[in-house]
Design a protein around this ligand. Structure first.
Ligand code: 5AD
Length: 506
């Protein structure tokens, strides 16, 4: 999900933090140190979803525990890494245009350039031919091998790759660099076994593998110790999580246990598959206000026959049953979704069923995409019947329908008081920006000190994507002082900001 999200890239962020994991720390001595004794430097640019953003945070941790220092641009860096996304063709092309631009400027000669993530997995060693300046190609299922691959590069190997998909390991790091000072991402399940016919993720991220509940809860406690009050649990299909630990917690039980970690105020999870969205998850949200009033539940289409061709394994009626159940919870829960328009064989009538699904559910946010055929997916066996121009027309119509729904829904909030976790501040406009528990963006007159605080804001006006308000509670909450902080050098992130991105899959 996530191209339409609000960006606050010029905001004043709090400093990124380094969160050490327990256990032996790698010696940051000679391996990450140049001949002159100065630290080596790296820069990571991330494309795509929150999973990718968080993978980059962990890759940064691996590099930093070897003595590498993050720098703010690729020009300054000795190692430049691109963490790529291949969910749609356009996303996959981005890395090639970056590499092309690099070559033209002639700035790549002395650098180590690496490609990580989904495009790396998809293209494999062909990358070395397409882009000879690339020295490292590594898919996310092989990130556990990164230290080994770095060893090989440091000892002079020109080209190294990690492309093994067949793994049952999760990417655990001794150190994770957290770039969002307000919300910590925490992966609970990697890979995907769903095989939706349009989706490349099972081929790029490998089979599903869940982290054990005790590791997850331990990480949550460490994050709270480090000053975080909001955690977002991540997985391509987050609610397919299965506890490998002897306790054998269900996903709903895990949510409750995470919500009970003292000091946590907000817990989100993304992305859920409707098929595994069971009522015990709704009961858990109802009973625990720490679990945010928000569920992202990708529908993909409102037409049962399109859903069947997508291999989604639910019908329109079953999807609506889930959303009605969520909407009849004791607390109002905001819903968002992902929609693909112009999938193989989608008729005008199918498309109208998707529009009517939007009217019926009344989502607070919809991430919508034109269908893009992807390598090695089952949908390649179907005819891509909808011409690109028609896909574009349907996308624009759908977005206009949803814009009107959102405007109505957001305007209905005018006059209400909402609690906002402040995520950024723009010195130019004096505006602070934050989010409500239901994930609505709120702008109000604030100060840099507001970042990280929970404030009450009265909504005074609304647009289709965000609210405007006035802070009614200047005292606010005192912000916990993070125990583990490091310098403010940002890691490059093309997805831009604390407020962008969304988990893939589903
Ligand atoms: N074409 C267009 N959109 C896609 N998505 C996934 N695969 C494709 C594709 N081949 C969308 C889905 C998914 C979101 C992350 O991206 O809506 O939920």
């Amino acid at each position: 999900m996530g191209t339409e999200l609000v960006q606050i890239s010029s905001s004043v962020p709090a400093q990124p933090r380094e969160c050490p994991e327990p256990g032996p720390r790698a010696n940051p001595g000679s391996l990450g140190t140049s001949a002159e004794g100065s630290a080596k430097t790296f820069y990571i640019e991330t494309f795509g979803c929150q999973m990718n953003v968080h993978d980059s945070e962990k890759v940064a941790g691996v590099l930093m525990s070897r003595g590498y220092q993050p720098v703010g641009s690729h020009e300054e860096a000795e190692i430049v890494l691109y963490n790529t996304c291949s969910i749609r063709e356009k996303a996959a092309q981005k890395v090639f245009s970056r590499l092309g631009a690099f070559k033209k400027r002639g700035s790549g000669a002395a650098k180590v350039i690496g490609v990580l993530g989904c495009v790396a997995q998809q293209e494999g060693e062909r990358f070395f031919e397409r882009a000879p300046q690339v020295s490292l190609v590594c898919g996310s299922a092989s990130y556990t091998k990164l230290p080994e691959l770095l060893d090989q590069l440091e000892s002079g190997r020109r080209r190294v790759s990690g492309l093994d998909l067949d793994t049952d390991e999760c990417f655990e790091t001794e150190l994770t660099r957290r770039d969002n000072p307000c919300r910590a991402y925490l992966t609970i399940i990697e890979g995907c076994d769903q095989r939706c016919s349009f989706c490349v993720v099972p081929m790029t991220r490998g089979p599903e593998r869940s982290r054990s509940s005790h590791k997850i809860l331990e990480e949550c406690r460490r994050l709270v110790d480090g000053g975080f009050t909001e955690i977002q649990l991540l997985g391509q299909i987050v609610n397919a999580w299965q506890d490998p630990a002897p306790q054998g917690l269900s996903f709903a039980e895990l949510l409750v246990r995470v919500a009970e970690v003292p000091g946590l105020r907000r817990v989100r999870f993304t992305t859920s598959h409707p098929r595994y969205f069971t009522t015990d998850i709704i009961r858990a949200i109802e009973a625990n206000p720490t679990l945010c009033d928000q569920v992202h539940l990708p529908a993909q289409s409102g037409s049962t026959s399109v859903l069947a061709r997508m291999l989604r394994r639910y019908t329109r009626e079953e999807y609506l049953e889930k959303t009605h159940c969520i909407q009849s919870a004791r607390r109002a829960i905001s819903l968002s979704t992902d929609i693909i328009v112009g999938f193989c064989g989608e008729t005008q009538e199918d498309f109208e069923q998707t529009l009517s699904l939007l009217e019926e559910v009344q989502f607070d946010q919809v991430f919508s995409f034109k269908y893009s055929p992807r390598p090695r997916t089952a949908a390649l066996g179907l005819e891509d019947t909808v011409p690109d121009e028609e896909k574009g027309r349907r996308l624009a119509e759908l977005q206009e329908v949803q814009r009107r729904i959102q405007l109505r829904r957001y305007q209905a909030l005018v006059g209400q008081d909402v609690e906002v976790l402040v995520e950024g501040y723009q010195p130019r406009t004096g505006q602070a920006v934050g989010r409500t528990t239901s994930n609505r963006v709120v702008n109000f007159s604030g100060s840099p000190e507001d970042v990280g605080r929970y404030l009450t804001v009265r909504v005074t006006s609304a647009g289709p994507n965000s609210l405007v308000g006035e802070c009614t509670d200047r005292k606010g909450d005192s912000r916990p002082v993070p125990r583990a902080r490091i310098g403010a050098l940002p890691i490059g992130d093309s997805s831009g900001s604390a407020l962008s991105g969304g988990a893939h899959g589903n």
